[in-house]
Ligand binder design. Structure first.
Ligand SMILES: C[S@@+](CC[C@H](N)C(=O)[O-])C[C@H]1O[C@@H](n2cnc3c(N)ncnc32)[C@H](O)[C@@H]1O
Length: 239
């Protein structure tokens, strides 16, 4: 069992192929228009982070996984980004960031949600915006995460890969599962994941307590109204 669910070099090499830039990245890039300083929290491989680079704009990527950030630092264009190893405790409280984003459901990995949004508030200037997405607990995505439903086999540059999820525990909005990855040589890399499914009300309460206002939670990337069937909570708040 490996603690860092993003700690396997071979799987990190596959991450961007499995998680390409899509309408989520378009959404965050549109928010960045006209900004001078942007911070990407839980930036992972930095695919979005590097695409936020623009003339005259400072771009910072923060992530606690040395494997993810090591990959990010090796990519073309990485030198235009300031990469910081760590979680919310290392976010510089400069009070001058125009936009903080957190893509790929990163906030669901964060146990200390209130402290993390507090740290992002301290990084932002007054009027700065925090934007992130989180899976909607009302849609109960974990019910689809059975070993049978998630089992797959595919050819990758690391060879033939068999993969599936194994649900371990569901308790108080906290879903624990193991991601199994069996390589050709029989190695099963098992990653323990813990995801916090927070409701719109819980997220809003933490944002307001951290000093944010104008909290807007949409049900999709194009301003869709939020309802019980919405897969995602797309969250935006102003400091
Ligand atoms: C699903 S990946 C998303 C990466 C990237 N933002 C993207 O959109 O592809 C989740 C990321 O969250 C990071 N992460 C895990 N726990 C974290 C924490 N407490 N604070 C910040 N980032 C965290 C992981 O290292 C990983 O890179």
């Amino acid at each position: 069992m490996i603690d860092d669910p993003y700690g396997d070099e071979q799987l990190v090499e596959l991450y961007d192929l499995d998680n390409p830039s899509g309408e989520d990245h378009d959404y965050y890039r549109a928010l960045a228009a006209g900004t001078a300083k942007v911070l990407d929290f839980g930036c992972g491989t930095g695919l979005l982070t590097r695409s936020l680079v623009a003339p005259g704009r400072v771009v910072i990527g923060v992530d606690p996984s040395p494997t993810m950030l090591g990959y990010a630092r090796r990519q073309p264009g990485a030198e235009a980004v300031t990469w910081i190893d760590g979680d919310h405790r290392v976010v510089p409280p400069t009070g001058d960031v125009d936009l903080a984003v957190s893509s790929g459901n990163t906030m669901m990995h964060v146990a200390e949600h209130a402290a993390a949004v507090g740290a992002l508030a301290a990084a932002l200037r007054s009027g700065g915006v925090l934007a992130f997405e989180s899976r909607n607990p009302a849609a109960r995505a974990w019910e689809q995460w059975t070993s049978e439903a998630t089992y797959g086999e595919r050819d990758t540059k690391a060879g033939r890969l068999k993969e599936w999820l194994e649900l371990i525990e569901i308790a108080n909005g906290r879903v624990t599962f193991d991601a199994h990855n069996v390589f050709e040589d029989g190695r099963d890399a098992v990653y323990r994941n813990v995801l916090y499914f927070r409701s719109a009300d819980e997220i809003t309460a933490d944002l307001l307590a951290a000093g944010f206002s104008d909290v807007v939670i949409d049900g999709g990337w194009h301003g869709e109204p939020l309802d019980a069937a919405s897969r995602l909570l797309v969250v935006r708040a102003t400091k």
